[in-house]
Design a protein around this ligand. Structure first.
Ligand code: F0G
Length: 456
């Protein structure tokens, strides 16, 4: 059979509603052209994020009912702990209410002024949590990863030579950690190869630098390794995941992605060294070590989801459905990132809207146009999210101005995706009429969440 179907059937449905174009215009103006500020019920197809938006399985819902809500030592914690230990090989498992809480704890213990964290690409909350401690985050993405329209199998790879050069020039004493993000969310959901992980880990070991994995999308990354990297065709996803983690000293994970949970996360540590300070901080900020910031039922849902996500027919459907949308848009001449990533389709907004200068946020302008055209909500991953100002107050733009359409797991069917493609094709036809945006309000950190904008 050539058709890859959704490997599930639908038992429970949630209505979505269509607004008129005029209603959408009012909603967008009220939200200051920032789709984060829209009410979800005013969105038809919500591709803002794949985080916490998954449809849970009937097994996960059943698990929710079985959740043990004991304050200490709950059965659900042990199920969760054992599952994480089994996949990561890391013995110390610290539950948190989401990924960034794990980051906050880890970087509070390991960060601080004059410390440097090196990554293929740090996700925005990861970078913010690093910088919040006074430390610096440096992205070292491989050259292919910086060219959205060039296809390569592992565009999420860390630039090994850049890492070696950096250590050679600056030494390694102040490098708090190297973090590889799998898949590389901010770099287009592109995978990292096993070889690259292995090489990164070897350099870290040689220089006594801890090596961590930001594991939000570990199963999607494992699937790409299985499909694209020599020697892994016959290896089960769980074993690929185990190998990936075997090179790392620890990991952080948002269970809102590849664990199909609506909330949750964890920090896992191989060695005992950091465990005590991290657990102490956990108790102050999240909760007792056997629940972190979670209910027993959440721990149960995560444990079940972590196992479900490694099912190959699910991963085949998942990766194929993202590629399907990418191919449709590409066929219509829309500049999409090549090849398709794991969780999202990324449009190169600078290439699509060359008449809008970067300081007028072409990505955000495209996001607004997509909502106006068809009620589709996407997110800018570009100069609004990552831009900084120089001493003169001039924008230092992000490396790429992308628009991300993240596909929630197990939520939308093929006809929803066909509709999204139609909306984009319409927007593309009208692209010359799309106007740039100007910021009228911004917060000092993570400004994209709350910024106000208006068309120029
Ligand atoms: N790391 C990566 C690679 C992520 O993609 C995210 C979240 C986090 C860490 C933080 O996890 O949200 O549970 O605190 N990414 C979401 C997204 C928000 O839309 O890509 P969190």
């Amino acid at each position: 059979m050539a058709v890859i179907i959704e490997p599930f059937r639908i038992k429970s449905v949630e209505p979505i509603r269509v607004l008129t174009a005029a209603e959408r215009r009012v909603k967008l103006e009220k939200s200051f052209y920032n789709t984060f500020l829209l009410d979800a019920e005013d969105v038809l197809i919500d591709l803002l994020t794949d985080s916490g938006t998954s449809a849970m399985s009937s097994a996960q819902w059943a698990g929710m009912m079985m959740g043990d809500e004991s304050y200490a030592g709950s059965k659900s914690f042990f199920h969760f702990e054992k599952t994480v230990q089994d996949i990561t090989g890391m013995q110390n498992v610290i539950p948190t209410h989401q990924g960034r809480a794990a980051e906050k704890i880890l970087f509070s213990v390991t960060g601080g002024r004059e410390k440097v964290f090196i990554s293929n690409t740090l996700f925005d909350t990861t970078r913010a949590n690093i910088e919040y401690t006074g430390a610096t985050g440096i992205d070292m993405l491989c050259a292919e990863g910086k060219q959205p329209l060039v296809s390569a199998p592992f565009k999420g790879n860390l630039d090994i030579d850049a890492l070696k050069d950096y250590i050679c020039t600056h030494g390694s004493e102040h490098i708090a950690m190297v973090i590889t993000t799998v898949t590389n969310n901010s770099g287009g959901g592109q995978p990292v190869s096993m070889l690259n992980i292995k090489q990164t880990a070897a350099i870290c070991k040689q220089h006594n630098i801890p090596f961590f994995i930001d594991a939000c999308r570990f199963a999607e990354n494992s699937y790409f390794i299985q499909q694209r990297e020599e020697g892994y065709k016959e290896v089960a996803i769980v074993n690929i995941a185990r190998e990936m983690f075997s090179y790392a000293d620890g990991c952080t994970m948002s269970a809102k992605k590849d664990a199909f949970a609506n909330i949750g996360g964890f920090l896992a540590l191989r060695n005992d060294q950091l465990v005590t300070p991290c657990r102490n901080l956990l108790i102050i900020t999240e909760g007792f070590p056997t629940y972190g910031g979670l209910a027993g039922r959440d721990l149960e849902a995560i444990a079940i989801g972590l196992k479900e996500v490694m099912d190959e027919s699910y991963l085949q459907y998942r990766i194929r459905s993202v590629a399907y949308l990418t191919e449709k848009l590409q066929a219509a001449g829309i500049p999409v990132m090549q090849p398709a990533g794991g969780h999202a389709v990324y449009i190169d907004a600078k290439a699509m809207l060359p008449h809008i200068p970067v300081d007028q946020y072409p990505g955000q302008a495209l996001v607004a146009a997509m909502y106006l055209e068809g009620g589709v909500r996407a997110v800018e991953v570009g100069s609004l999210m990552f831009g900084k100002y120089d001493a003169q107050g001039k924008l230092i733009p992000a490396m790429l101005d992308l628009v991300r359409m993240a596909i929630p797991r197990r939520v939308y069917t093929q006809s929803h995706i066909d509709y999204v493609a139609e909306v984009l094709i319409e927007v593309h036809k009208k692209r010359e009429h799309i106007k740039g945006l100007q910021i009228t309000y911004e917060a000092p950190v993570l400004r994209h969440f709350t910024a106000h904008l208006r068309p120029i």
